[in-house]
Write a protein that binds this ligand. Sequence first.
Ligand code: PGA
Length: 248
Amino acid sequence: MRRKVIAGNWKMNKLPNETIDFIQKLEPLVKETGNEIILCVPYTDLFYALMTAQNTNIKIGAQNMHFEEKGAYTGEVSGEMLKSIGVEYVIIGHSERRAYFLETNEIVNKKIKAALKYDLKPIVCVGESLEQRESGKTNEIITEQIQYALKDITSEQLKSIIVAYEPIWAIGTGKTATAEDAENAIKAIRSKLLEMYGQQTSQGVIIQYGGSLKSTNAKEIFSMPNIDGGLVGGASLDVEEFSKIATI
Ligand code: PGA
């Protein structure tokens, strides 16, 4: 049985004092759950989040990193830097980074490799645009993204990777994929992993759904056999709402 992993993606929201307050409020609300809970916060909140989440079941992640170890890359943060303060997870290839910061499948692959080198666990995002969905290309696009993202990644390394299926048209729009559509896309991802890594390894990979998840729609989506929790954007900014989703 795969565990359920619920990750919040705060994007560019919340200051350190809000981070501390949020985690202090979240802790008692989620301490009994068997789900794995992760908060992916802005770089400037990471240290505060890590300190406040110590000795709780809340894990902390970053939302991006550079693939190089060090050097003249003004404004960038490396995997080694994240690891040095105790960060455990890192979102890689979010559609907003692909769209606004021109991250290609090749860059995503390099970042995954760099994250694994420093024992960071990547949450790798894939997903199709509305145009791609409407032209019937969903499975083709997402399996291609998986193939490129995981190029030269071994079965052993895959055990540290979480995949998040996030249809771009559902992110921040209030439109959620139906539970069936999300299940079908995630099934296609799992079949691709089967082709690449075999039955046992592919069955063990955590694959989340993301895109306008709320406490009112998450239960049905999380009940699908191939969906192992979610990556939550907007609804992760509210502690009550996030705790409801995290404890389903
Ligand atoms: P959303 O964002 O829940 O606000 O749609 C999800 C995400 O981008 O990870």
